[in-house]
Write a protein that binds this ligand. Structure first.
Ligand SMILES: NC(=O)c1ccc[n+]([C@@H]2O[C@H](COP(=O)([O-])OP(=O)(O)OC[C@H]3O[C@@H](n4cnc5c(N)ncnc54)[C@H](O)[C@@H]3O)[C@@H](O)[C@H]2O)c1
Length: 354
């Protein structure tokens, strides 16, 4: 069955959707609505309809899916309007500005009987999938700490909206939404017990331009989640610690490395001598007492997101990205802001009902 999709907002991410959809069977972009004349011209040059209003887009009967790819503050009103016009909606992340707004969107989807999902595309990131699959094995022994970081050095991009609170700017809403979602997907059966966050304002006082969050999972595993935009030397994308070994992935979508103990009890090391004294504790293990391995790239095809959207609309599959999961992440981000603003840890999911 063919599906026709129209986009509200044809900026950077709108173009990404357009390019991706061109490579997906049974899905076409009919047109876009964007208030920017330049984007309207670009749409026409691509052979798309440049709708002159949202009403015109929503009245197009051949459109059954609407993508909302506007600044974050417009996600809720535009998604609800599209649902009420009888369209299925794919909304960009973050779903909205608060848990309350996400609940309103879920209520609209229920009321109209239309499908609503959020574009949590980083569930298809290869580096994340490698870590998710690794921790299901016993290769590293008991996992006790995971560090997930994204580091850049240009501050928050200076576009029309990313630097402003009222438009939903800031790194928690921008990157946190992906990184927290990945953690939750890694531990699908665990509550998050505690959230401790610090937010940075190195380049921007209005919104956070970085954050460091420590999540304490129900099992006791600590997960550090960090985004930084003034990090000229980036730390590894992933660092995973187990009782028997460590894994590291340096960047997005590259193979990783595992170093783990060979045999039992072979812990002898050559002491490191520093100018101020010797240390055995902090000396590396001897080569013969460790095993170094590659952590191969995971297979991933982000087009599966849209393939699933079409199957859900046809009643053949369940949504891969459920609004209940999206609401949980939005609530978690509210706890991150609370902790960041008060300087105190927040007890989170004692009452979370799986
Ligand atoms: N999932 C991802 O990987 C990912 C990556 C980047 C951005 N995003 C999300 O996509 C959304 C858009 O981000 P972007 O980078 O494309 O921003 P952008 O600024 O490049 O594009 C936004 C577009 O929306 C248009 N717009 C603004 N107000 C409008 C209105 N009232 N009606 C119609 N169009 C309007 C602007 O003219 C612009 O073309 C954001 O929610 C962002 O968080 C997601």
């Amino acid at each position: 069955m063919r599906h026709n999709l129209a986009m509200i907002g044809f900026g950077g991410m709108g173009h990404w959707h357009y390019d991706l959809i061109k490579t997906i069977d049974d899905l076409s972009v009919t047109g876009v609505y964007d208030i920017d004349k330049k984007q309207q011209e670009d749409a026409k040059n691509k052979g798309l309809v440049a709708y002159q209003s949202m009403e015109e887009l929503l009245a197009d009967e051949c459109v059954d899916i609407v993508v909302v790819a506007t600044p974050n503050d417009l996600h809720k009103p535009f998604s609800i309007r599209a649902l009420e016009a009888g369209k299925n909606v794919v909304c960009e992340k973050p779903a909205a500005m608060s848990g309350e707004e996400v609940r309103d969107m879920m209520e609209a989807a229920k009321r109209t009987g239309r499908f609503l999902t959020i574009h949590q595309n980083r569930r298809w990131d290869q580096d994340y999938l490698m870590v998710r699959d690794l921790i299901q094995t016993d290769k590293l022994g008991d996992i006790f700490r995971i560090e997930s970081r994204v580091h850049g050095s240009i501050g928050i991009p200076a576009d029309q909206w990313r630097q402003f609170k009222e438009h939903g700017g800031g790194m928690v809403l921008d990157w946190g939404v992906h990184l927290f979602d990945q953690v939750v997907q890694m531990f699908p059966d665990q509550k998050i017990k505690k959230v401790y966050a610090t937010l940075t304002h190195v380049t921007n006082l209005m919104v956070d331009d970085g954050f460091t969050v420590e999540l304490t999972m129900e099992s006791g595993v600590k997960v550090l989640v960090e985004a930084g935009t003034s990090n000229f030397i980036p730390l590894p994308r992933w660092y995973v610690c187990g009782s028997n070994g460590t894994a590291k992935i340096d960047k997005f979508a590259v193979p990783g490395t595992i170093v783990r103990a060979r045999g039992n009890g072979k812990k002898d090391v050559i002491p490191v001598l520093t100018a101020a004294g010797p240390t055995k504790t902090m000396a590396p293990r001897k080569e013969e007492n460790i095993i170094k391995e590659d952590l191969p790239l995971a297979d991933s095809d982000v087009r599966d997101f849209y393939r699933n959207v079409m199957k859900v609309i046809e009643g053949k599959e369940k949504s891969l990205i459920k609004m209940e999961e999206v609401l949980r992440i939005m609530t978690l981000m509210e706890a991150v802001f609370e902790s960041g603003n008060t300087g105190k840890a927040v007890c989170f999911e004692d009452s979370y009902d799986r």
